[in-house]
Design a protein around this ligand. Structure first.
Ligand code: DX5
Ligand code: ZN
Length: 243
């Protein structure tokens, strides 16, 4: 059963994800001032589409960040939808908590799931968009038979755990292949790319087929995060328009 939340705001947030006419910019708060989280996000103004929240458990990835309480606190201050990326070994245990905390989309790593189809179906049942994430070395074949259960595929373009790493170049071909796989299917699935994205490579990533761009240090690591987000937004919308 879906977790109950305020209907109209929830519908507005879902509409952002569903509007396939434009690519979405998702700033990753991992690179923000976490001691001043809500203000860091608010200072971006309206120069972004979804807030990317990196949940790390210190087991699946070496780093440890935050869980449902911090996400719930943030969601009270921010109107934009929250995209929650779970880098944890046991995502099944807390799915409902993340939905209650305010996630609009929930992304789990295929590498940790014993019963991926069941997990994705559960996320949708809870009222969230369901995403699956693949590390750079994980083959696309691992999700071929999951396409009917997916609203989003997240291709990691760094090995997960930290912001500020460099884009792994061979992921560019992987984006093209996944875009082809999605277009050949009957399903409407967003393609998100996460890690090492900046003003120099963002347009190429969109032209390769991405329609959700995550950026941490390229936004929050800049002198003016709001200006950096505005510029990245213009770059990815411009690249999409030329496709
Ligand atoms: C890495 C995280 C990313 C990261 C992106 O494990 O999933 O979302 O914060 O940061 P940048 O854009 O700095 O590579
Ligand atoms: Zn992430």
């Amino acid at each position: 059963m879906a977790v109950k939340r305020s209907r109209s705001l929830e519908d507005t947030k879902r509409a952002v994800f569903l509007d396939r006419s434009r690519p979405l910019l998702c700033p990753s708060i991992l690179a923000s001032d976490l001691a001043d989280l809500a203000c860091s996000v608010k200072r971006l103004g309206s120069n972004f589409d979804m807030v990317h929240c990196d949940v790390m458990d210190g087991h699946y990835v070496p780093n440890l960040t935050f869980g449902p309480p911090i996400i719930a606190a943030l969601s009270k201050h921010v109107d934009q939808p929250l995209d929650v990326h779970l880098m944890v070994t046991n995502p099944d245990d807390l799915l409902a908590e993340y939905v209650k905390a305010g996630a609009t989309s929930l992304v789990v790593h295929v590498e940790v799931l014993d019963h991926a189809q069941r997990t994705l179906a559960r996320i949708r049942e809870l009222g969230c968009f369901a995403g699956i994430s693949l590390n750079p070395a994980t083959p696309l074949e691992s999700i071929r038979w999951l396409l009917p259960d997916l609203d989003m595929v997240l291709l990691m373009s760094v090995n997960p755990g930290f912001s500020g790493q460099s884009f792994v170049p061979q992921v560019m071909d992987k984006i093209r292949e996944l875009r082809h796989m999605i277009n050949e299917s009957d399903y409407s699935i967003r393609l998100q790319v996460d890690g090492g994205i900046n003003r120099d490579n963002a347009a190429d990533i969109v032209r390769a087929g991405a329609d959700m761009i995550v950026a941490g240090s390229a936004i929050f690591g800049q002198d003016s995060p709001a200006d950096a987000a505005a510029e990245l937004g213009r770059i990815i919308r411009g690249a999409k328009a030329r496709l």
